[in-house]
Structure formats: C-alpha cells, structure tokens
Design a protein around this ligand. Structure first.
Ligand code: ZN
Ligand code: FE
Length: 256
C-alpha cells in the first residue's frame, strides 16, 4: 500500500481531482473535467482503472462521461440518480477493493453539503469531497446543521494521521474565517504561515490530517468555549449545543 502515490490534478478555479497512482495504473476521485485528467494520464503513460465520485455536483462528476468514452472503467458513487454513470452504488458500511492498488475502501455516508454525499476511507487516506475541508466544511446546500455535525463527527474519529484529501483549495480563506470563529486558537496562526508559504509557491495545502482538523477546524470544535462564545456573539443569543453553534458559524461563514 505504501507504493500508492496521490497526485492533485487541478481543474476549474480551485478543484483537485485526486489521482491515485500505482505502477502504470490510475484511479481518479471526482473528475469534474475530463480534459486535465486525460492530459495527465497521457503525459504519465497511465491507464485509468476506476472513477470514484463523492457527490453529484458537476465540478465533481462532469468529466465522468468523457472519461468513460476513452476507457470503460467502474464508477463508484452514491445512490443518487443525479450521477447517471455510476456502475457501483455505495452506502454506509460498504467496502470495495481496488485490486490494482492493493487497497480496500470503506464508505461513509456524510450528508450535509448534499443529501447523498459519501466519503472513501482506506490506506490511511480519506477522500471527503466537499464535506470536510481543511479548516472548514462545505455549504449546507441540501442538509441541516445536524447532518453536517454528525457527518463531521463520523470523520473526526478516524486516526489522527489519516490524510485528508478535500475537493477544493479553500484552506487560506477557511483559516481567515477560523481566526474570527476561534481567535484564541494558536494552531491557526501556525497553519496560516505554512499554508501561505505553500500557496506562494502555487503548491497545494492538502492533504490535511484528521489530527490537524481536530486541533484547528472550528466546525469540528463546536463544543469549545471560544467557538461557542464567538458563535453566540454573532448570532446575538447564547448558543448552548454544538449543532446550533455549527449552524451559526456556517451562516456566518456564508457572508464572511
Ligand atoms: Zn459540491
Ligand atoms: Fe465542489
């Protein structure tokens, strides 16, 4: 398993199409656009063997059809008719092997950003689409604060060293918001320095880790006094439970 590498194929403004590589084989997570994937596969002489989709948004599945024209590969994704090309629909607790990578993924249902959003966990890696971002979380397009809270809690119990591969490069703007949502957290200034240096060199700030997210991400820290106080102040009333706190800081972030 150690010989798997993961390369960020960039798409659109700030999407990452995470590409697993082992030998001459490749698997892509959330190919919103086929063109940069095909260019990368060609340049590196890689054979595509699988497509994984976390959720139905076009910037994550828009390249499925064109990739399938070039290579007939299985497409793993959630039970959601809005992703037509999925050949293997997955739900909570399902597992599947990618033989070419000697790896098995476990599937988590993590609704909140969308109602059918899933994550893939295996080999010490988590592919979590637009639910958990580095130092943030996705917008609640189809879900409730309760769902997002429970989905994030499900991911937070994974081992601290788990590498977190998110769908977008949002880290710096998320850290800027986190500094407002938990001003007293010293992890944020440290992370901002390292992330800024990476971005200055046009390098990804990802993957993150579960350990770092638990230490810095306000959406995973809705039970912390600093986050509760800031959320309450923003909401103009005393918030007492983590779900209300998450809802308040998600609303706040939407207009930050
Ligand atoms: Zn999305
Ligand atoms: Fe997205």
């Amino acid at each position: 398993m150690n010989d798997i590498s993961v390369f960020p194929v960039r798409a659109f403004q700030d999407n990452y199409i995470w590409t697993l590589r082992r030998g001459g084989n490749a698997a892509v997570v959330d190919p919103g656009d086929a063109r940069p994937v095909l260019a990368y596969l060609h340049a590196e002489t890689l054979q595509l063997v699988a497509i994984l989709n976390t959720h139905h948004h076009a910037d994550h599945v828009g390249g499925n059809a064109e990739l399938l024209e070039h290579c007939k590969v299985p497409v793993y994704g959630p039970f959601d008719e809005r992703i037509p090309a999925v050949s293997r629909r997955l739900r909570e607790g399902d597992r599947f092997a990618l033989q070419e990578f000697g790896i098995e993924f476990a599937v988590f249902e993590i609704p909140g950003h969308t109602k059918s959003h899933i994550a893939f966990y295996g080999g010490g890696m988590l592919f979590c689409g637009d639910t958990l971002f580095a130092c943030g979380c996705g917008r609640l397009f189809e879900g409730t604060p309760r769902q997002m809270h429970d989905s994030l809690a499900k991911l937070a119990v994974l081992p601290d060293a788990t590498r977190v591969y998110c769908g977008h490069e949002y880290t710096l703007s998320n850290i800027r918001f986190a500094k407002a949502a938990e001003a007293g957290n010293p992890e944020l200034a440290k992370w901002e320095r390292t992330a800024s240096a990476l971005r200055a060199r046009d390098e990804p700030t990802l993957p993150s880790t579960i350990g770092r997210e638990k230490a810095a991400n306000p959406f995973l820290r809705c039970d912390q006094p600093g986050v509760i106080a800031a959320a309450s102040q923003h909401a103009g009333k005393a918030l007492t439970d983590p779900v209300s706190v998450l809802g308040a800081i998600r609303d706040w972030k939407n207009n930050f």
